[in-house]
Ligand binder design. Structure first.
Ligand SMILES: N[C@@H](CCC(=O)N[C@@H](CS)C(=O)NCC(=O)O)C(=O)O
Length: 217
């Protein structure tokens, strides 16, 4: 039975896993999360109803980082996404947490707020999220000075998440033009064939972006 990925092409966390699958040309079946029956199937697998979820035979794996770790162990390919060296792997995981907690989480705060009824909006929380993103962009700009990829000198798990999270973060709360290293890194990620493919596959859904997607990228 092929790997099954319950996912949506426009979702950043799904793109994180799609990048890993495309890096290694790993065959899989996409279980597109559109419509009620697809969502019911997801809820039966994972009651939290967060996606992506990977099914491999009788195993169900959730959380994008864990799915990529699982692929790296059980369906490896030419791109080693988690280094064998434990200390380097720690650095990769640390950067993966950075992109998840300090880029994606505050970016999603903006998006969820736009989806709330006007009266339930949280201006204070959104302002805090904006400050967190600005601090994260500044830290990342220094981090990326002289670097090609986020951790070590190879493309890794950390870059799989960085690609969609920086992509959408710049749409949501633009990265200051002065952070040239972050912009250059975002462009490098956009040029990576695995992520370029994920971005292209998500194009038909750009009207889903709350507040409207910018006409670029
Ligand atoms: N911690 C999860 C987060 C996944 C996540 O938030 N996915 C979004 C789509 S990008 C989702 O499930 N949204 C549906 C919802 O919030 O109900 C992971 O790393 O996989």
């Amino acid at each position: 039975m092929p790997l099954q990925l319950h996912a949506h092409p426009f979702s950043s966390y799904c793109q994180k896993v799609l990048v890993a699958l495309y890096e290694n040309q790993t065959p899989f079946e996409m279980r597109l999360l559109e419509g009620e029956s697809a969502m019911r199937e997801l809820a039966a697998l994972w009651p939290m109803k967060r996606f992506p979820v990977l099914v491999d035979g009788d195993r169900t794996i959730f959380e994008a980082s864990c799915i990529i770790e699982y692929l790296d162990i059980h369906h490896p390919g030419a791109t080693k996404l988690v280094p064998v060296d434990r200390d380097l792997a720690l650095e990769v995981r640390m950067l993966d947490r950075f992109f998840d907690n300090y880029i994606s989480t505050p970016q999603q705060k903006f998006i969820f707020d736009r989806l709330r009824p006007e009266a339930a909006r949280d201006a204070h929380g959104v302002a805090e999220a904006g400050r967190m993103l600005d601090t994260a962009y500044a830290w990342l700009d220094q981090r990326m000075q002289g670097r090609e990829w986020a951790a070590g000198d190879r493309f890794s798990l950390a870059d799989c998440g960085a690609a969609p999270f920086l992509f959408y973060a710049d749409w949501t709360h633009p990265i200051d033009a002065g952070f040239e290293n972050v912009h250059a890194y975002r462009q490098r990620l956009l040029a990576r064939p695995s992520f370029a493919r994920a971005v292209d596959e998500a194009r038909p859904y750009r009207n889903y972006f709350p507040g409207g997607a910018p006409d670029r990228d």
